[in-house]
Design a protein around this ligand. Sequence first.
Ligand code: AMP
Length: 430
Amino acid sequence: MGKLDLRLPPGVKDILPEEIPGWHYLEDVVRELALLYRFHEIRTPILEKALLFKRGVGETTDIVLKEMYVFKDRGGRELALRPEGTAPIVRAYVEHGLHTRPQPLKLYYLGPMFRHDRPQMGRSRQFHQFGAEIFGAPGPLADAEIIAFLSAFLSRAGVRDWELELNSVGCPECRPRLLAALQDYFRAHLTELCPDCRQRLERNPLRVLDCKEAVCQEVVQRAPTPMDYLCSRCQSHFAAVQEELRGMELPFRINPRLVRGLDYYTGTAFEVLSSSLGAQNALGGGGRYDYLVQECGGPPTPGVGFAVGLERVLLALSKQPDCPFPTGEKRQGVFVVAPDEEGRREQARWVRRLRSAGVPSDRDYVAERGLRAQLRQADRMGARWALILGSEELAQGKVRLRDLEKGEQFDLPVERVIDWLKTEATGGKE
Ligand code: AMP
């Protein structure tokens, strides 16, 4: 690239062809389970007004204060690359009057998110989330359903060794007392907090509970927790969620210090953690947000949802000995080889017939290369089979097939070849 350095900026990555099988695998799992659990896909733009996230996620959150990509477009509008998926879906819910459709409305999304955080293993500036939301269902059964959907996704994807942590962060009725208690406690221990938490203490004391700094951990261990301050409605809701999870045989652990990095959560909050991921061990999280729709200009509508980071799920899977998707290139399809004039006359027709029959196929694009050069090309292109249209075999109503993986070859009658390859190409599943 000469003197110009046109390489990608830090924290964003290309997904190269050999990594695609993992992505397709996860995307297929998402679609299959969404169908089973009756969630409908929604796709919203990557660009939104920055105000949506300031309002929705919260002005004082790290995401909005430090991590959001915000810029002015050519019309002077303040826009943001979406840092998360829930606020945009709530915006779409309000904007399109989705509350007038039969409720509860169950939606899911899949796509890139952007946060200007310090890149490290498991953390990048563009990453992908799969998330789901249920609107219009205030009861604990909806919380349980969303958690069931998330855990079905992880199980069906084949992730091992993950754990569900659960908490309740209270509602507008009980939270003021909790925040006051936290502020009192942390003010008394101000000098023992990290500089970030000294600021958080005033703006968002709940977040101090979640600080990863070793100094804060000590103080946090003895701090009041949301659980101590829940109102009776939050208490019984939380108890019912647990009851339902037990009924579904979904193991969980209560973590009284679990809070989420977004302001909109009320009541149930949860996270799924993987033991194989090191420092960035959260695979996903979510919770209830009963005031966000109203906050974004819609009618009072309860909501509950989750988001999982797909890069982290892929990372966890790729570390497992039984990784469920191919991590290297797999030989696939047919390369139609024409060693002579007669074969060349037939070549295009064979490629077309194979493709029409659903067999992935290709050919050499360099005219009139010899048999050996074409076979080498078939090998380099990663074909599983070379179908050789030799004039001698064609005269006998046959073609030659070479298995490029095993290095064996044999002849098959012309009329049987396509069916035979079709069965092989689909693994005999048709
Ligand atoms: P959050 O809603 O912030 O908890 O994000 C939900 C999930 O998205 C996390 O548990 C991660 O799996 C993933 N995630 C969040 N931020 C990043 C990031 N910067 N890079 C990669 N994955 C991320």
